[in-house]
Design a protein around this ligand. Structure first.
Ligand code: NIG
Ligand code: FE
Length: 408
C-alpha cells in the first residue's frame, strides 16, 4: 500500500468472507480497511496497518464491516400485482393450476406490456429502495414479463435506468424464455426461434443484458428448447443461468451444468447426479427460500449434499409478483437457515461470495480483500450471526459503493 489512501476505516471487525482466512466468516477482529479509488488496498488487523495518511478516516466504533450484500436473482421490474392469486392459492389452487388457467406469469405479462417504461420505473423504485436499505449494493434484475421484442427491451432498459439513478450495481439478465406468450399458444418452438434469432441479438446490440436465463419446467420450456436458448446465448458470448427443477425433476440442472451455466436456480428437485454435475462444472446453486415459503413447497433442496460436494450456495430473494413478493434479502438469509438448514455463516456467504459466483463477478465483488471493489456495509451488531437471525430492525449504519459513502 502507498503512504496515502482515500478512505481509512479503523476500529471495526471485518467479516471478510474470504475463504483463505480462518473461520466461517474469515473474520478479522479489531481491523482496519484502506480504500483508494473504488478498491480495497489494504485490510488486516489494525495493529499491522502500515503508516498511512487518508483523506477521510472513519471510526467504525467497534461495529462489523461486511461485503455489500448481493441479491443475485430478482424479477424486480414488473407491472401490476397478483394479490388475488394469493387468495386463490390459500383456497387450494396450486401455482401450476393458476398458471395453466392463464394467470401466474402471464397475468404479470399483461400488466407489464400495458405499462409505460415510466410506470415500470416508478413501480420498481420502492422495491429497489427496500433491498438497498438492508445493505444490498449489487443486484441482478431479469426481464421475462415482456415476452416480445419491444416489451423485453422495455423491461431491460428500465433496469439499466435504475442503475443510472441509484447508487447500486445492477446486472441485467434476459429471461425472454420465461413463459409462452399467448400469441404463440401451441407454437413453443417458434417462440424459441424468436428468442434466439431476434430478441437475444437485439438485446445484445443495445448492450442490455449481462446474462441469459430461462425457465426449464413442465409449465414452461423443455430441456431441448432451453438447450437452443443456451446455444444462442453462447454464440452471443453471454453467460447462462437456468431456473431449474423448482416444481419437478426435469433434467434441466444436468443439462445446464454440462453446458457450463454460471448457476442453476431453485433446484428443490435435483438428484445426486445433478449435484455431481454441478460440482464438476463449477455451477453455483441459487437457493430461493422465499419462493419455497410463498408456494408452501415441501421439498427442500439437498443442502447437505451441495455442501459436501463443495457447490457454492447463493441465496436470493427471487423478488417477483407471484412466487416471492418479498423485498428482503435479510429475511431470505433467515429462511435459508430455518427452512433449508444453512448455517448463519453460509447464509452470509450466500448473499456475498457465493452470490458473486452465481453472477460471474467474483473477481471484483463478494469478499473484502485487497484488489476487490470497496462495496461494503457497516453493521451495529456484536456478531455477524445476528445478520441471519434478526429481521426488521438491524440495518446498516453506513454503506460504501466503490469506496463512496452512500446513504443506506
Ligand atoms: O423464479 N419460476 C419462474 N419464475 C419466477 C416466478 C415468476 C412469477 O410467478 O411471476 C420464479 O419463481
Ligand atoms: Fe425467479
Amino acid at each position: 500500500m502507498t503512504e496515502r489512501c482515500d478512505l481509512l476505516i479503523t476500529n471495526v471487525h471485518a467479516a471478510t468472507m474470504d475463504p483463505s482466512l480462518p473461520g466461517a466468516y474469515g473474520a478479522v477482529e479489531d481491523a482496519a480497511v484502506a480504500v483508494t479509488g473504488n478498491k480495497i488496498v489494504w485490510i488486516g488487523p489494525r495493529r499491522e496497518l502500515p503508516e498511512t495518511a487518508a483523506d477521510l478516516v472513519i471510526d467504525g466504533e467497534g461495529q462489523w464491516l461486511t461485503p455489500g450484500l448481493i441479491d443475485c436473482h430478482t424479477h424486480l421490474v414488473y407491472g401490476g400485482h397478483r394479490a388475488s392469486e394469493f387468495a386463490r392459492r390459500l383456497g387450494g389452487e396450486s401455482y401450476e393450476d393458476v398458471a395453466r388457467a392463464g394467470g401466474g406469469i402471464l397475468s404479470t405479462v399483461r400488466a407489464t406490456r400495458a405499462a409505460s417504461a415510466e410506470e415500470l420505473y416508478h413501480a420498481a423504485e420502492p422495491r429497489l429502495k427496500a433491498l438497498m436499505s438492508e445493505g444490498v449494493t449489487t443486484l441482478e434484475i431479469k426481464s421475462g414479463y415482456g415476452l416480445d421484442l419491444d416489451n423485453e427491451l422495455k423491461q431491460l432498459r428500465v433496469a439499466r435506468r435504475l442503475a443510472q439513478h441509484y447508487p447500486v450495481n445492477i446486472l441485467t439478465t434476459c429471461l425472454a424464455a420465461h413463459a409462452l406468450p399467448p400469441e404463440y399458444d401451441g407454437r413453443a418452438d417458434e417462440y424459441i426461434d424468436l428468442v434466439c434469432n431476434e430478441i437475444l441479438p437485439a438485446v445484445v446490440r443495445e448492450q442490455l443484458a449481462d446474462a441469459v436465463d430461462m425457465f426449464c419446467e413442465n409449465i414452461a420450456f423443455s430441456v431441448e428448447q432451453c438447450q437452443r436458448v443456451i446455444s444462442a446465448a453462447r454464440k452471443l458470448d453471454l453467460p447462462v443461468k437456468v431456473h431449474a427443477e423448482q416444481l419437478a425433476s426435469t433434467g434441466a440442472t444436468k443439462m445446464a451444468a454440462c453446458a457450463g451455466a454460471l448457476s442453476v436456480e431453485h433446484i428443490e428437485y435435483i438428484t445426486d447426479e445433478d449435484v455431481a454435475a454441478m460440482a464438476e462444472s463449477g455451477t453455483a446453486a441459487v437457493l430461493l427460500p422465499g419462493a419455497f415459503y410463498t408456494l408452501k413447497e415441501t421439498r427442500v433442496p439437498p443442502v447437505d449434499k451441495l455442501r459436501a460436494a463443495g457447490v457454492p450456495m447463493a441465496i436470493s430473494t427471487d423478488l417477483n409478483p407471484g412466487s416471492c413478493p418479498i423485498a428482503s434479502l435479510r429475511l431470505m438469509m433467515n429462511m435459508g437457515c430455518n427452512l433449508f438448514g444453512l448455517t448463519p455463516a453460509e447464509a452470509l456467504a450466500g448473499v456475498t461470495r457465493s452470490a458473486a459466483r452465481a453472477l460471474g463477478i467474483c473477481c471484483s465483488r463478494g469478499v473484502l480483500r485487497p484488489g476487490l471493489r470497496a462495496d461494503m456495509a457497516l453493521w451495529p451488531m456484536e456478531t455477524p450471526d445476528q445478520l441471519a437471525y434478526e429481521v426488521g430492525a438491524l440495518k446498516p449504519a453506513e454503506m460504501f459503493l466503490g469506496g463512496q459513502h452512500v446513504t443506506a
